[in-house]
Design a protein around this ligand. Structure first.
Ligand code: UDX
Length: 439
Protein backbone atom coordinates (compact mmCIF):
# COMPACT_ATOMS: atom_id res chain seq x y z
CA UNK A 1 0.00 0.00 0.00
CA UNK A 2 1.30 3.44 -0.95
CA UNK A 3 0.34 6.93 0.07
CA UNK A 4 -0.40 8.83 -3.11
CA UNK A 5 -1.19 12.47 -3.83
CA UNK A 6 -2.86 13.46 -7.09
CA UNK A 7 -2.76 16.97 -8.58
CA UNK A 8 -5.94 17.63 -10.59
CA UNK A 9 -9.38 16.00 -10.38
CA UNK A 10 -10.33 16.17 -14.06
CA UNK A 11 -11.09 13.05 -16.05
CA UNK A 12 -7.64 11.55 -15.72
CA UNK A 13 -6.90 12.54 -12.11
CA UNK A 14 -10.27 11.50 -10.72
CA UNK A 15 -10.41 8.13 -12.49
CA UNK A 16 -6.78 7.39 -11.54
CA UNK A 17 -7.42 8.33 -7.90
CA UNK A 18 -10.58 6.26 -7.59
CA UNK A 19 -9.03 3.19 -9.27
CA UNK A 20 -5.80 3.31 -7.22
CA UNK A 21 -7.90 3.59 -4.04
CA UNK A 22 -10.00 0.66 -5.25
CA UNK A 23 -6.92 -1.59 -5.33
CA UNK A 24 -5.93 -0.59 -1.78
CA UNK A 25 -3.77 2.55 -1.91
CA UNK A 26 -4.38 5.65 0.21
CA UNK A 27 -5.09 8.46 -2.21
CA UNK A 28 -5.53 12.20 -1.64
CA UNK A 29 -6.76 14.20 -4.64
CA UNK A 30 -6.09 17.91 -4.86
CA UNK A 31 -7.95 20.55 -6.80
CA UNK A 32 -8.08 24.34 -6.59
CA UNK A 33 -11.86 24.44 -6.94
CA UNK A 34 -13.58 24.40 -3.51
CA UNK A 35 -16.88 23.66 -5.22
CA UNK A 36 -15.52 20.60 -7.02
CA UNK A 37 -13.85 19.24 -3.90
CA UNK A 38 -17.04 19.70 -1.83
CA UNK A 39 -19.03 17.76 -4.43
CA UNK A 40 -16.45 14.96 -4.62
CA UNK A 41 -16.28 14.70 -0.81
CA UNK A 42 -20.04 14.18 -0.79
CA UNK A 43 -19.52 11.21 -3.12
CA UNK A 44 -20.75 12.89 -6.29
CA UNK A 45 -18.57 12.69 -9.35
CA UNK A 46 -17.92 15.90 -11.28
CA UNK A 47 -17.93 14.02 -14.60
CA UNK A 48 -20.44 11.68 -16.20
CA UNK A 49 -18.79 8.28 -16.21
CA UNK A 50 -20.59 4.94 -15.84
CA UNK A 51 -19.62 3.14 -12.59
CA UNK A 52 -17.57 6.03 -11.20
CA UNK A 53 -19.99 7.30 -8.52
CA UNK A 54 -20.35 3.86 -6.89
CA UNK A 55 -16.57 3.30 -6.74
CA UNK A 56 -16.01 6.86 -5.51
CA UNK A 57 -18.52 6.46 -2.66
CA UNK A 58 -17.18 3.04 -1.66
CA UNK A 59 -13.59 4.26 -1.35
CA UNK A 60 -14.55 7.42 0.52
CA UNK A 61 -16.56 5.25 2.96
CA UNK A 62 -13.62 2.89 3.43
CA UNK A 63 -11.36 5.91 4.04
CA UNK A 64 -8.87 5.23 1.27
CA UNK A 65 -9.91 8.21 -0.84
CA UNK A 66 -9.73 11.85 0.25
CA UNK A 67 -10.27 15.18 -1.48
CA UNK A 68 -8.72 18.48 -0.52
CA UNK A 69 -7.88 21.97 -1.69
CA UNK A 70 -4.90 22.03 0.72
CA UNK A 71 -1.69 21.10 -1.09
CA UNK A 72 0.16 20.22 2.14
CA UNK A 73 -2.53 17.61 2.88
CA UNK A 74 -2.25 16.28 -0.68
CA UNK A 75 1.55 16.27 -1.07
CA UNK A 76 3.22 16.08 2.35
CA UNK A 77 4.69 12.73 3.36
CA UNK A 78 3.50 10.85 0.28
CA UNK A 79 5.35 8.04 -1.52
CA UNK A 80 4.34 9.34 -4.92
CA UNK A 81 2.61 12.34 -6.41
CA UNK A 82 0.71 12.04 -9.68
CA UNK A 83 0.43 15.10 -11.91
CA UNK A 84 -2.92 14.87 -13.73
CA UNK A 85 -3.61 18.52 -14.48
CA UNK A 86 -4.87 19.78 -17.83
CA UNK A 87 -2.56 20.55 -20.74
CA UNK A 88 -4.93 22.63 -22.91
CA UNK A 89 -4.22 23.88 -26.40
CA UNK A 90 -1.94 26.88 -26.18
CA UNK A 91 -0.33 29.18 -28.71
CA UNK A 92 0.16 27.67 -32.20
CA UNK A 93 -1.43 24.41 -31.07
CA UNK A 94 1.31 23.81 -28.50
CA UNK A 95 0.39 22.10 -25.24
CA UNK A 96 0.06 24.77 -22.54
CA UNK A 97 2.19 23.48 -19.66
CA UNK A 98 1.48 26.22 -17.15
CA UNK A 99 -0.58 23.92 -14.84
CA UNK A 100 2.18 21.26 -14.96
CA UNK A 101 4.82 23.88 -14.07
CA UNK A 102 2.65 25.14 -11.23
CA UNK A 103 2.16 21.60 -9.87
CA UNK A 104 5.93 21.01 -9.95
CA UNK A 105 6.60 24.31 -8.15
CA UNK A 106 3.96 23.46 -5.52
CA UNK A 107 5.57 20.05 -4.95
CA UNK A 108 8.96 21.73 -4.50
CA UNK A 109 7.37 24.12 -2.03
CA UNK A 110 5.52 21.52 0.03
CA UNK A 111 7.36 18.21 0.02
CA UNK A 112 10.21 17.54 2.44
CA UNK A 113 10.96 13.87 1.67
CA UNK A 114 12.45 12.37 -1.50
CA UNK A 115 9.66 11.75 -3.95
CA UNK A 116 8.57 10.04 -7.16
CA UNK A 117 6.50 12.29 -9.41
CA UNK A 118 4.34 10.40 -11.91
CA UNK A 119 3.18 12.41 -14.91
CA UNK A 120 -0.25 11.27 -16.12
CA UNK A 121 -1.07 14.45 -18.04
CA UNK A 122 -0.46 14.30 -21.79
CA UNK A 123 2.79 16.21 -22.14
CA UNK A 124 5.37 16.91 -24.87
CA UNK A 125 8.70 15.15 -24.95
CA UNK A 126 11.03 16.63 -22.35
CA UNK A 127 8.33 17.65 -19.86
CA UNK A 128 9.30 15.08 -17.21
CA UNK A 129 12.85 16.40 -17.35
CA UNK A 130 11.44 19.89 -16.91
CA UNK A 131 9.41 18.76 -13.87
CA UNK A 132 12.55 17.28 -12.28
CA UNK A 133 14.49 20.48 -13.04
CA UNK A 134 11.83 22.72 -11.47
CA UNK A 135 11.63 20.63 -8.30
CA UNK A 136 15.41 20.25 -7.95
CA UNK A 137 16.06 23.93 -8.54
CA UNK A 138 13.44 25.05 -6.01
CA UNK A 139 14.05 22.54 -3.20
CA UNK A 140 16.65 20.26 -1.67
CA UNK A 141 14.69 17.02 -2.08
CA UNK A 142 15.63 14.29 -4.51
CA UNK A 143 13.04 13.66 -7.19
CA UNK A 144 12.53 11.13 -9.98
CA UNK A 145 9.87 11.85 -12.60
CA UNK A 146 8.21 8.89 -14.26
CA UNK A 147 6.03 9.19 -17.36
CA UNK A 148 2.82 7.16 -17.14
CA UNK A 149 0.42 8.40 -19.83
CA UNK A 150 -3.28 7.66 -19.65
CA UNK A 151 -5.21 5.99 -22.48
CA UNK A 152 -8.73 5.90 -21.05
CA UNK A 153 -11.72 6.64 -23.24
CA UNK A 154 -14.49 8.84 -21.89
CA UNK A 155 -17.59 6.78 -21.18
CA UNK A 156 -15.42 3.64 -20.69
CA UNK A 157 -12.92 5.04 -18.23
CA UNK A 158 -13.42 2.56 -15.35
CA UNK A 159 -13.49 -0.39 -17.71
CA UNK A 160 -10.35 0.87 -19.48
CA UNK A 161 -8.53 1.40 -16.17
CA UNK A 162 -8.95 -2.26 -15.26
CA UNK A 163 -8.89 -3.82 -18.75
CA UNK A 164 -6.70 -1.51 -20.84
CA UNK A 165 -4.47 -2.92 -23.57
CA UNK A 166 -1.26 -1.70 -21.94
CA UNK A 167 0.21 0.45 -19.22
CA UNK A 168 3.14 2.58 -20.34
CA UNK A 169 5.78 3.49 -17.78
CA UNK A 170 8.79 5.51 -18.86
CA UNK A 171 11.65 6.56 -16.66
CA UNK A 172 15.39 6.72 -16.43
CA UNK A 173 15.68 5.70 -12.78
CA UNK A 174 14.98 1.97 -12.49
CA UNK A 175 13.90 1.80 -8.80
CA UNK A 176 11.35 4.60 -9.39
CA UNK A 177 10.02 2.84 -12.50
CA UNK A 178 9.69 -0.45 -10.59
CA UNK A 179 7.82 1.29 -7.78
CA UNK A 180 5.31 2.71 -10.24
CA UNK A 181 5.03 -0.64 -12.05
CA UNK A 182 4.25 -2.35 -8.71
CA UNK A 183 1.24 -0.05 -8.26
CA UNK A 184 -0.36 -1.60 -11.30
CA UNK A 185 0.18 -5.28 -10.41
CA UNK A 186 -3.46 -5.77 -9.34
CA UNK A 187 -4.65 -4.50 -12.73
CA UNK A 188 -3.30 -7.48 -14.69
CA UNK A 189 -2.55 -5.37 -17.77
CA UNK A 190 0.72 -5.73 -19.76
CA UNK A 191 3.28 -3.08 -18.82
CA UNK A 192 5.46 -1.49 -21.48
CA UNK A 193 8.58 -0.07 -19.88
CA UNK A 194 10.53 2.56 -21.81
CA UNK A 195 12.77 5.56 -21.36
CA UNK A 196 11.00 8.77 -20.33
CA UNK A 197 10.91 10.47 -23.72
CA UNK A 198 9.55 7.44 -25.56
CA UNK A 199 6.72 7.10 -23.03
CA UNK A 200 5.83 10.76 -23.50
CA UNK A 201 5.72 10.29 -27.24
CA UNK A 202 3.71 7.03 -27.14
CA UNK A 203 0.65 8.91 -25.94
CA UNK A 204 0.76 11.50 -28.74
CA UNK A 205 1.64 8.91 -31.35
CA UNK A 206 -1.28 6.69 -30.29
CA UNK A 207 -3.89 9.44 -30.37
CA UNK A 208 -2.56 10.89 -33.63
CA UNK A 209 -2.56 7.45 -35.23
CA UNK A 210 -6.19 6.81 -34.24
CA UNK A 211 -7.13 10.26 -35.54
CA UNK A 212 -5.32 9.38 -38.77
CA UNK A 213 -7.37 6.18 -39.12
CA UNK A 214 -10.58 8.20 -38.78
CA UNK A 215 -9.55 10.85 -41.32
CA UNK A 216 -8.42 8.08 -43.68
CA UNK A 217 -11.76 6.26 -43.57
CA UNK A 218 -13.57 9.59 -43.95
CA UNK A 219 -11.67 10.25 -47.17
CA UNK A 220 -12.54 6.71 -48.31
CA UNK A 221 -16.18 7.58 -47.52
CA UNK A 222 -15.92 10.61 -49.78
CA UNK A 223 -14.57 8.43 -52.60
CA UNK A 224 -17.42 5.97 -51.93
CA UNK A 225 -19.95 8.74 -52.43
CA UNK A 226 -18.44 9.69 -55.76
CA UNK A 227 -18.05 6.13 -57.05
CA UNK A 228 -21.18 4.50 -55.59
CA UNK A 229 -19.34 2.16 -53.19
CA UNK A 230 -20.38 1.68 -49.55
CA UNK A 231 -17.87 2.76 -46.88
CA UNK A 232 -19.17 0.25 -44.32
CA UNK A 233 -18.49 -2.62 -46.71
CA UNK A 234 -15.05 -1.20 -47.50
CA UNK A 235 -14.21 -0.73 -43.79
CA UNK A 236 -15.35 -4.25 -42.98
CA UNK A 237 -13.34 -5.72 -45.83
CA UNK A 238 -10.26 -3.73 -44.82
CA UNK A 239 -10.58 -4.27 -41.09
CA UNK A 240 -10.64 -8.05 -41.27
CA UNK A 241 -7.00 -7.83 -42.27
CA UNK A 242 -5.49 -8.15 -38.79
CA UNK A 243 -2.70 -5.77 -39.76
CA UNK A 244 -5.34 -3.06 -40.23
CA UNK A 245 -7.91 -3.98 -37.54
CA UNK A 246 -11.63 -3.21 -37.45
CA UNK A 247 -11.61 -0.39 -34.92
CA UNK A 248 -11.59 3.34 -35.64
CA UNK A 249 -12.76 2.80 -39.21
CA UNK A 250 -16.21 4.24 -38.68
CA UNK A 251 -16.80 7.05 -41.14
CA UNK A 252 -18.71 10.08 -39.93
CA UNK A 253 -18.59 13.84 -39.61
CA UNK A 254 -15.16 13.79 -38.05
CA UNK A 255 -13.58 13.36 -34.65
CA UNK A 256 -13.97 15.69 -31.69
CA UNK A 257 -13.44 15.54 -27.94
CA UNK A 258 -10.83 16.79 -25.55
CA UNK A 259 -7.96 14.67 -26.89
CA UNK A 260 -7.76 13.92 -30.62
CA UNK A 261 -7.93 17.51 -31.97
CA UNK A 262 -5.69 18.89 -29.20
CA UNK A 263 -3.12 16.10 -29.22
CA UNK A 264 -2.85 15.95 -33.00
CA UNK A 265 -2.19 19.70 -33.08
CA UNK A 266 0.28 19.41 -30.18
CA UNK A 267 2.27 16.67 -31.95
CA UNK A 268 2.36 18.74 -35.14
CA UNK A 269 3.51 21.74 -33.17
CA UNK A 270 6.07 19.76 -31.12
CA UNK A 271 7.51 18.36 -34.35
CA UNK A 272 7.72 21.83 -35.92
CA UNK A 273 9.49 23.13 -32.86
CA UNK A 274 12.00 20.30 -33.20
CA UNK A 275 12.57 21.40 -36.80
CA UNK A 276 10.50 18.63 -38.39
CA UNK A 277 7.35 19.08 -40.47
CA UNK A 278 4.86 16.27 -39.71
CA UNK A 279 3.14 16.53 -43.09
CA UNK A 280 0.64 13.75 -42.61
CA UNK A 281 -0.87 15.21 -39.45
CA UNK A 282 -1.56 18.54 -41.12
CA UNK A 283 -3.65 16.59 -43.64
CA UNK A 284 -5.41 14.61 -40.87
CA UNK A 285 -6.52 17.87 -39.26
CA UNK A 286 -7.53 19.45 -42.56
CA UNK A 287 -9.60 16.41 -43.57
CA UNK A 288 -11.32 16.49 -40.18
CA UNK A 289 -12.29 20.12 -40.59
CA UNK A 290 -13.63 19.52 -44.09
CA UNK A 291 -15.55 16.51 -42.80
CA UNK A 292 -17.34 18.69 -40.23
CA UNK A 293 -18.91 20.47 -43.25
CA UNK A 294 -20.17 17.31 -44.94
CA UNK A 295 -23.76 17.35 -43.72
CA UNK A 296 -24.16 21.03 -44.54
CA UNK A 297 -22.79 20.46 -48.05
CA UNK A 298 -25.38 17.72 -48.54
CA UNK A 299 -28.14 19.92 -47.13
CA UNK A 300 -27.10 22.69 -49.54
CA UNK A 301 -27.40 20.31 -52.51
CA UNK A 302 -31.05 19.84 -51.56
CA UNK A 303 -31.56 23.50 -50.61
CA UNK A 304 -32.80 22.11 -47.31
CA UNK A 305 -32.10 25.03 -45.01
CA UNK A 306 -33.53 28.53 -45.36
CA UNK A 307 -34.22 31.27 -42.88
CA UNK A 308 -36.72 29.88 -40.36
CA UNK A 309 -36.47 26.20 -41.45
CA UNK A 310 -37.42 24.15 -38.39
CA UNK A 311 -34.30 22.10 -37.82
CA UNK A 312 -33.52 19.43 -35.24
CA UNK A 313 -29.89 18.87 -34.23
CA UNK A 314 -29.77 15.38 -32.74
CA UNK A 315 -26.81 14.83 -30.42
CA UNK A 316 -24.47 17.44 -28.95
CA UNK A 317 -21.83 15.33 -27.17
CA UNK A 318 -18.70 14.55 -29.20
CA UNK A 319 -19.60 10.85 -28.93
CA UNK A 320 -22.27 8.82 -27.11
CA UNK A 321 -22.20 7.97 -23.37
CA UNK A 322 -20.59 11.22 -22.34
CA UNK A 323 -21.88 14.73 -21.64
CA UNK A 324 -18.65 16.19 -22.97
CA UNK A 325 -19.14 18.68 -25.80
CA UNK A 326 -15.53 19.86 -26.10
CA UNK A 327 -14.60 20.21 -29.78
CA UNK A 328 -17.81 18.39 -30.69
CA UNK A 329 -18.72 18.45 -34.40
CA UNK A 330 -22.13 19.69 -33.17
CA UNK A 331 -20.57 23.09 -32.44
CA UNK A 332 -19.55 23.54 -36.06
CA UNK A 333 -22.94 22.28 -37.30
CA UNK A 334 -24.90 24.70 -35.09
CA UNK A 335 -22.71 27.64 -36.17
CA UNK A 336 -23.40 26.82 -39.83
CA UNK A 337 -27.13 26.47 -39.23
CA UNK A 338 -27.23 29.75 -37.32
CA UNK A 339 -25.46 31.46 -40.22
CA UNK A 340 -28.30 30.26 -42.46
CA UNK A 341 -30.92 31.52 -40.02
CA UNK A 342 -32.39 28.07 -39.30
CA UNK A 343 -34.90 27.72 -36.45
CA UNK A 344 -32.89 25.23 -34.39
CA UNK A 345 -33.89 22.88 -31.61
CA UNK A 346 -31.01 20.88 -30.16
CA UNK A 347 -31.44 17.46 -28.53
CA UNK A 348 -29.09 15.49 -26.33
CA UNK A 349 -30.02 13.08 -23.53
CA UNK A 350 -27.36 14.45 -21.14
CA UNK A 351 -25.13 17.11 -22.75
CA UNK A 352 -27.49 20.09 -23.13
CA UNK A 353 -26.19 21.81 -19.96
CA UNK A 354 -22.60 21.66 -21.22
CA UNK A 355 -23.59 23.06 -24.63
CA UNK A 356 -25.42 25.98 -23.00
CA UNK A 357 -22.00 27.39 -22.12
CA UNK A 358 -21.24 27.64 -25.88
CA UNK A 359 -24.69 28.58 -27.22
CA UNK A 360 -26.64 30.12 -24.32
CA UNK A 361 -29.56 31.30 -26.47
CA UNK A 362 -30.26 28.09 -28.37
CA UNK A 363 -33.45 26.08 -27.76
CA UNK A 364 -32.62 22.76 -26.07
CA UNK A 365 -34.53 19.62 -25.18
CA UNK A 366 -33.73 16.25 -23.71
CA UNK A 367 -36.77 14.76 -25.45
CA UNK A 368 -36.16 13.31 -28.90
CA UNK A 369 -39.89 13.54 -29.67
CA UNK A 370 -39.98 17.24 -28.84
CA UNK A 371 -36.92 17.91 -31.02
CA UNK A 372 -38.47 16.20 -34.03
CA UNK A 373 -42.01 17.40 -33.58
CA UNK A 374 -42.83 19.53 -36.64
CA UNK A 375 -39.19 19.57 -37.81
CA UNK A 376 -38.52 20.00 -41.52
CA UNK A 377 -34.93 18.72 -41.36
CA UNK A 378 -32.93 16.71 -38.85
CA UNK A 379 -29.15 16.43 -38.53
CA UNK A 380 -27.78 13.45 -36.59
CA UNK A 381 -24.47 14.38 -34.97
CA UNK A 382 -24.01 11.82 -32.16
CA UNK A 383 -24.83 8.12 -32.48
CA UNK A 384 -26.75 7.88 -29.22
CA UNK A 385 -28.60 4.59 -28.64
CA UNK A 386 -31.78 6.66 -28.08
CA UNK A 387 -31.53 7.77 -31.72
CA UNK A 388 -30.26 4.52 -33.29
CA UNK A 389 -33.06 2.40 -31.83
CA UNK A 390 -35.82 4.34 -33.62
CA UNK A 391 -37.70 3.06 -36.67
CA UNK A 392 -38.48 5.14 -39.79
CA UNK A 393 -42.07 5.42 -38.53
CA UNK A 394 -40.93 7.36 -35.49
CA UNK A 395 -39.49 10.09 -37.71
CA UNK A 396 -42.30 10.22 -40.29
CA UNK A 397 -44.96 10.53 -37.58
CA UNK A 398 -43.23 13.43 -35.84
CA UNK A 399 -41.53 15.40 -38.60
CA UNK A 400 -43.30 17.84 -40.90
CA UNK A 401 -40.95 16.89 -43.75
CA UNK A 402 -38.92 13.71 -43.19
CA UNK A 403 -35.53 14.90 -44.41
CA UNK A 404 -32.61 13.48 -42.43
CA UNK A 405 -28.88 14.08 -42.74
CA UNK A 406 -27.11 11.46 -40.68
CA UNK A 407 -23.48 12.16 -39.78
CA UNK A 408 -22.99 8.86 -37.92
CA UNK A 409 -24.62 6.29 -40.25
CA UNK A 410 -27.12 5.25 -37.59
CA UNK A 411 -29.63 3.69 -40.01
CA UNK A 412 -29.83 1.44 -43.02
CA UNK A 413 -30.35 3.70 -46.05
CA UNK A 414 -32.64 1.15 -47.79
CA UNK A 415 -34.93 0.83 -44.77
CA UNK A 416 -35.13 4.58 -44.30
CA UNK A 417 -35.95 5.09 -47.97
CA UNK A 418 -38.67 2.43 -48.01
CA UNK A 419 -39.97 3.97 -44.76
CA UNK A 420 -40.61 7.21 -46.64
CA UNK A 421 -37.62 9.20 -45.42
CA UNK A 422 -35.30 11.31 -47.54
CA UNK A 423 -32.19 9.99 -45.88
CA UNK A 424 -28.59 11.05 -46.54
CA UNK A 425 -25.63 9.59 -44.69
CA UNK A 426 -21.84 9.38 -44.99
CA UNK A 427 -20.12 7.35 -47.70
CA UNK A 428 -23.05 5.16 -48.65
CA UNK A 429 -24.62 6.98 -51.62
CA UNK A 430 -28.03 5.55 -50.75
CA UNK A 431 -26.82 1.93 -50.78
CA UNK A 432 -27.59 -0.47 -47.97
CA UNK A 433 -24.65 -2.38 -46.58
CA UNK A 434 -24.73 -5.70 -48.40
CA UNK A 435 -21.98 -8.16 -47.65
CA UNK A 436 -21.99 -11.84 -46.93
CA UNK A 437 -19.11 -13.76 -45.51
CA UNK A 438 -18.31 -17.44 -45.27
CA UNK A 439 -16.52 -18.46 -42.11
C1 UDX B 1 -9.46 9.13 -27.08
C2 UDX B 1 -8.61 7.85 -27.11
O1 UDX B 1 -9.42 6.78 -27.64
C3 UDX B 1 -8.13 7.51 -25.71
O2 UDX B 1 -7.26 6.38 -25.76
C4 UDX B 1 -7.34 8.73 -25.15
O3 UDX B 1 -6.92 8.48 -23.84
C5 UDX B 1 -8.20 9.98 -25.18
O4 UDX B 1 -8.70 10.19 -26.52
P1 UDX B 1 -11.98 9.77 -26.35
O5 UDX B 1 -11.63 11.18 -26.72
O6 UDX B 1 -12.69 9.50 -25.07
O7 UDX B 1 -10.63 8.87 -26.28
O8 UDX B 1 -12.90 9.21 -27.52
P2 UDX B 1 -12.84 8.11 -28.68
O9 UDX B 1 -13.81 7.04 -28.33
O10 UDX B 1 -11.50 7.69 -29.00
O11 UDX B 1 -13.46 8.97 -29.90
C6 UDX B 1 -12.88 10.19 -30.33
C7 UDX B 1 -13.64 10.79 -31.49
O12 UDX B 1 -13.46 10.01 -32.67
C8 UDX B 1 -15.17 10.88 -31.30
O13 UDX B 1 -15.63 12.12 -31.79
C9 UDX B 1 -15.71 9.74 -32.13
O14 UDX B 1 -17.01 9.95 -32.58
C10 UDX B 1 -14.69 9.70 -33.28
N1 UDX B 1 -14.59 8.39 -33.94
C11 UDX B 1 -14.08 7.33 -33.26
C12 UDX B 1 -14.97 8.25 -35.28
O15 UDX B 1 -15.41 9.21 -35.93
N2 UDX B 1 -14.81 7.03 -35.88
C13 UDX B 1 -14.30 5.96 -35.23
O16 UDX B 1 -14.18 4.89 -35.87
C14 UDX B 1 -13.92 6.10 -33.88
Amino acid sequence: MNHIGIAGTGYVGLVTGVCLAEVGHHVTCLDISEEKIALLRSGKSTIFEPGLDEMLQKNIREERLHFTTDRTEAYHGKDMIFIAVGTPEGENGQADLSYVRQAAADIADTVTNDIIVVTKSTVPVGTNEMVEDIIRSQSTIDVHAVSNPEFLREGNAIYDAFHGDRIVIGGNHEPAVQKVAALYEPFDIPVVQTDTKSAELIKYASNAFLATKISFINEIANICEITGANVEAVAKGMGLDKRIGTQFLKAGIGFGGSCFPKDTKALTSMSAEAGYEFRMLNAVLEVNELQHNKLMEKANEYSAIHRGTKTAVLGLAFKPNTDDTRDSPAIHMIEELQRKGADIIAYDPIATDKMKAVFPDLTYTDSLEEALSGAETAFIITDWQQIKEQTPDFFTKLMKRPLIFDGRNCFDPGEMLSGGIHYHSIGRSGNSFRMSMST
